[in-house]
Write a protein that binds this ligand. Structure first.
Ligand SMILES: Cc1cc2nc3c(=O)[nH]c(=O)nc-3n(C[C@H](O)[C@H](O)[C@H](O)COP(=O)(O)OP(=O)(O)OC[C@H]3O[C@@H](n4cnc5c(N)ncnc54)[C@H](O)[C@@H]3O)c2cc1C
Length: 452
């Protein structure tokens, strides 16, 4: 088993070395920070409108979460606040390959959220009621129908939430392909180009300062994933965000035991384009305690209480690493972003053993299948497990899009489209007010409402 980092799971552009851009533009209408699916999709939709947009990525495109995730593109089980954006994202995914002329492995193979008891099944019924106005093809099925959909699985489920129209795509393909489309439409994408900070004049953004020099602009979108909170802290803006490590494995190609994606409290599994499966543990939230855990503990209390049974807390290196991180840094010297070009955590060996055990417990036919690769990614979560989107702080023109909380891959293209409308002042068919940062500070109840 290869438990190390492997090029194939991350973006195709990864070469192991970081070549700085030959030149950087002096000016842009909009600068996007972060080359994950959110930043890249926003840049694509901006470029399509003819906006002069520059995207700066400290490492390589999709090097972090966007290239390391499970590849689920799912509407089911989401917080209803996310559904309009997610439904739009699904529409974009359906048309993506024909629009950009590249295969990204998108298949509507269905999503099954399986329940082992009636209590969990009732939660699914509740969610279907909660989301009724969105007219999704989600329904709750009984154990018999579930087992007829996955006949190779060990019996024992009470039923499932089933959405036939949900699907999957290959994370190592999607974001680089959208980035190439953005470039064709006129965006400039600069990799190995960390943004160290922002400069302002008269209360408005005037430039981003990259490691290779300034780019003058009046509008910035910070879509820096797990780095957003730290970036904002350096500007005096508090963005409550905690990090969770996800360990993932990939099997070799094998017999087909599943058409789409399946999740229960033991495993999350989906069929891959190469005939193998992407597999993860179904019930471990692996959180390394950090000063941020204590800084934001109160705001995260409802989410922590909800997940208490699956939370695995570690105290050690993560704590001291974050403690050693400066709150501010000079913009004319190497910043923390250049020091870690790609967040590449070690997968947990213990969780990998659990994944293998659970995979065989649920699908005995996979007993001899080999795990050929394993990796980990750092998920950034918000207190109510819903994204944080909008203009923030006292410097006009500075926006963030973060906190996609472990399900931003599926919603990423939809978020990108909504962000492009927000940044250009165009009419937005999606109401972004539920995602405002201020909801964590204005006394609004902090209530996670997803069914997963
Ligand atoms: C193990 C795992 C499984 C997941 N499974 C799923 C799934 O099945 N379905 C789903 O919908 N979602 C899933 N997710 C979540 C999903 O991957 C993320 O929500 C989504 O990719 C977030 O995209 P992003 O663009 O916001 O962030 P990222 O992909 O993390 O991108 C942020 C980028 O910003 C760059 N950056 C940061 N700071 C700077 C700076 N100062 N200057 C320049 N660049 C900077 C980083 O290098 C990074 O590339 C999973 C995540 C993980 C880790």
């Amino acid at each position: 088993m290869n438990t190390g980092h492997n090029e194939r799971v991350v973006a195709g552009t990864w070469s192991g070395t970081f070549t700085p851009p030959a030149s950087i533009p002096e000016h842009a209408d909009i600068v996007v920070i972060g080359g994950g699916i959110v930043g890249v999709s926003a840049a694509w939709f901006l470029a399509k409108q003819g906006i002069n947009v520059v995207l700066c990525e400290k490492g390589h495109i999709a090097g972090e979460q966007s290239g390391r995730n499970w590849g689920w593109v799912r509407q089911q089980g989401r917080d209803p606040r996310e559904l309009p954006m997610m439904i739009e994202s699904m529409r974009i995914f359906r048309e993506l390959e024909s629009e950009i002329g590249e295969n990204v492995g998108f298949v509507q193979g269905g999503c099954l959220l399986a329940a082992r008891n009636e209590r969990r099944l009732q939660k699914f019924h509740d969610w279907v009621k909660l989301s009724a106005e969105f007219d999704l093809d989600t329904r709750v099925i009984d154990g018999k129908e579930l087992h007829s959909l996955v006949p190779g699985a060990t019996p024992g489920w009470a039923g499932a939430m089933y959405t036939a129209g949900d699907g999957r795509a290959e994370p190592h393909k999607v974001t680089p392909a959208i980035a190439r489309a953005a470039v064709r439409d006129g965006a400039r994408i600069l990799t190995s180009c960390a943004v160290r900070g922002i400069e302002s004049q008269a209360g408005r953004v005037s430039a981003v300062i990259t490691e290779h020099g300034p780019i003058r602009t009046s509008v910035v979108l910070c879509a820096a994933g797990a780095w957003t909170s730290m970036f904002c802290r350096s500007m005096g803006i508090s963005v409550p965000q905690l990090k969770v490590r996800g360990t993932v494995a990939r099997t070799s190609a094998t017999q087909k035991i599943l058409e789409g994606n399946l999740f229960d409290d033991r495993l999350g599994i989906r069929l891959r384009e190469d005939g193998g499966y992407t597999v993860a543990h179904g019930s471990v939230l692996d959180h390394g305690l950090t000063p941020s855990t204590f800084r934001y503990a109160f705001k995260f209390l409802p989410a922590l209480m909800q997940e208490i049974k699956v939370l695995r807390l570690r105290f050690g290196k993560d704590f001291f690493d974050e403690l050693a991180m400066p709150n501010r840094w000079p913009l004319d010297d190497v910043s923390p972003f250049e020091q870690t070009r790609v967040l590449n955590p070690e997968p947990s060996k213990r969780i990998l053993r659990g994944i293998q055990k659970n995979m065989v417990a649920v699908f005995p036919a996979l007993a001899d299948v080999e795990i050929v690769e394993a990796w980990a990614g750092i998920v950034e979560t918000s207190p109510d497990v819903v994204p944080i989107i909008g203009e923030v702080g006292n410097v006009a023109g500075f926006h963030i899009a973060t906190g996609f909380s472990g399900h931003g891959f599926g919603i990423g293209p939809g978020a990108g489209k909504a962000l492009a409308a927000m940044l250009t002042g165009n009419e937005n068919s999606i109401d972004l007010t539920p995602f405002r940062l201020s909801r964590f500070f204005d006394g609004s109840p902090i209530r996670p409402m997803s069914a997963i």
